[in-house]
Write a new protein. Structure first.
Length: 439
């Protein structure tokens, strides 16, 4: 039986995961008519397997040594902060975020005016903590301070796409690409393109990013995002190849581990998938990974006490302390907890940001709470960018089915055609609803 101390440890780690996991995407990546620019030269040499954490640790130590040599150098303190932020993406260690914040304020103390590196760094920190409104302000300050430097546009692109201001996000991503057609620009362009339903162009942008990547962590990120695109379109074998390539570049890459577990589940290799999820959630108990693990176990008729207990603890912490709401946590509450609590949390998040991800989660929570007439508007809002999301189609089709709308079959069929094994838990439910509509 799990002890109270054990539950507390899970809850703390889950809270850190919530603060960082999606932030890993925000820090590393993020339709408009994005022009991808000239193709970058491909780096030479084979992909080498190198643990990403060790490289990040080395950068932290190098930056710390520079600060010790020049303690009055504001740029050295800003570089230390950025090294800490990079490591936090990989380790999910809240201490790195706190140390990064201290270093950034030290930099600002030494240079209070026109400290571009510190302002852009504070924007990255805010994005990592899902404080997207603050991140947008820092991004605007940085770009006004230095319109021809790329870091501020990266911060701004990440913040705006999470806030749901998609034209502003596209403009920032395009400016970033214009200034720096590198991994940072191409990956943000890819995310923007995918959000607008332009998956093939997103794939091309990610391939250019991969060609430009010069570190194992960057190569792993590009590869696992290519895997995500392949998975979403039902190309399971391609997805597996990309995820394994990511893990070859950076063993332990959490998103690639989750992607591979997803693929194994779709291939019917449930025991292997569960083992990967178990190992992953022990290291990184984020709502998405825990929810996927729980639903795999439930679909297989197994008890899912461990991941569900961790999710419940995280939901209680969030309700008590407030803060940004991970849409995946809302989906957990909607399907496996208290749908009314999910609605309340997601309404608050929706007031703060108009992301289609939040709109989708809120619509689904309302559906699970029995409020389909209200749910349908949010789910239609989620579809406004044209994102080819299997989950969006499934949620919309399920609510349309509940309302007796004729469009239901089309959306359910679209989800199952795109990826018939998109979820071991929800795909069978989508198929059952479609069968009901055909009777």
């Amino acid at each position: 039986m799990e002890t109270p101390a054990g539950r507390a440890r899970w809850a703390l780690r889950a809270r850190v995961g919530r603060a960082l996991a999606a932030g890993g995407l925000v820090l590393a990546c993020a339709g408009g008519l994005l022009a991808l620019g000239p193709r970058a030269a491909a780096p030479g040499g084979p992909v080498r397997a190198a643990p990403p954490v060790s490289g990040a640790a080395d950068r932290v130590e190098e930056a710390r040594a520079a600060v010790e040599r020049q303690p009055q150098d504001p740029s050295a303190w800003a570089r230390l902060a950025l090294a800490r932020l990079d490591r936090a993406r990989l380790t999910l260690d809240a201490a790195d975020l706190a140390a990064a914040e201290q270093a950034l304020h030290r930099s600002l103390g030494l240079r209070p005016e026109r400290n571009y590196d510190a302002v852009a760094g504070l924007g990255q920190l805010a994005n990592a903590r899902h404080e997207f409104g603050a991140a947008g302000e820092y991004g605007r300050q940085a770009t006004a301070m230095a319109p021809d430097r790329p870091a501020g546009y990266a911060v701004l692109a990440d913040a705006e796409i999470q806030l749901g201001d998609y034209p502003a996000a596209t403009a920032a991503a395009q400016r970033l690409l214009d200034l720096a057609p590198t991994v940072a620009g191409y990956t943000r362009a890819a995310y923007d393109l995918e959000t607008h339903g332009r998956a093939e162009e997103a794939r091309l942008a990610l391939e250019r990013a991969l060609e430009s990547a010069s570190t194992p962590a960057d190569r792993a990120f590009c590869a696992h995002r290519l895997g995500d695109l392949a998975w979403e379109s039902g190309r399971t074998d391609d997805a597996e190849q990309h995820y394994r390539r990511a893990l070859a570049a950076a063993p332990g890459d959490q998103s690639a581990e989750a992607g591979l577990a997803r693929v194994l589940a779709a291939q019917g290799r449930t025991a292997q998938a569960a083992q990967r999820y178990r190992s992953l959630t022990d290291r990184a108990p984020t709502p998405q990974f825990l929810l996927e693990y729980a639903e795999l176990l439930l679909a297989d008729g197994q008890p899912a006490q461990q991941p569900l207990t961790a999710l419940a603890a995280e939901a209680r912490l969030l309700a008590a302390s407030g803060g940004p709401v991970d849409p995946q946590l809302g989906l957990y509450l909607a399907d496996h907890g208290d749908p009314a609590a999910a609605v309340a949390l997601l309404r608050g998040e929706r007031a703060a940001r108009h992301s289609v991800l939040v709109a989708d989660a809120l619509g689904w929570a309302l559906h699970r709470a029995g409020r389909d007439e209200e749910a349908i508007g949010h789910l239609r809002e989620a579809a406004r960018t044209g994102w080819h999301s299997t989950a969006f189609d499934y949620h919309l089709g399920a609510v349309e089915h509940a309302l007796g709308l004729p469009e239901a079959a089309g959306h359910l069929r679209q989800a199952l055609t795109r990826n018939p094994r998109f979820s071991p838990y929800h795909a069978p439910r989508a198929a059952a609803l479609l069968d009901e509509g055909n009777e």
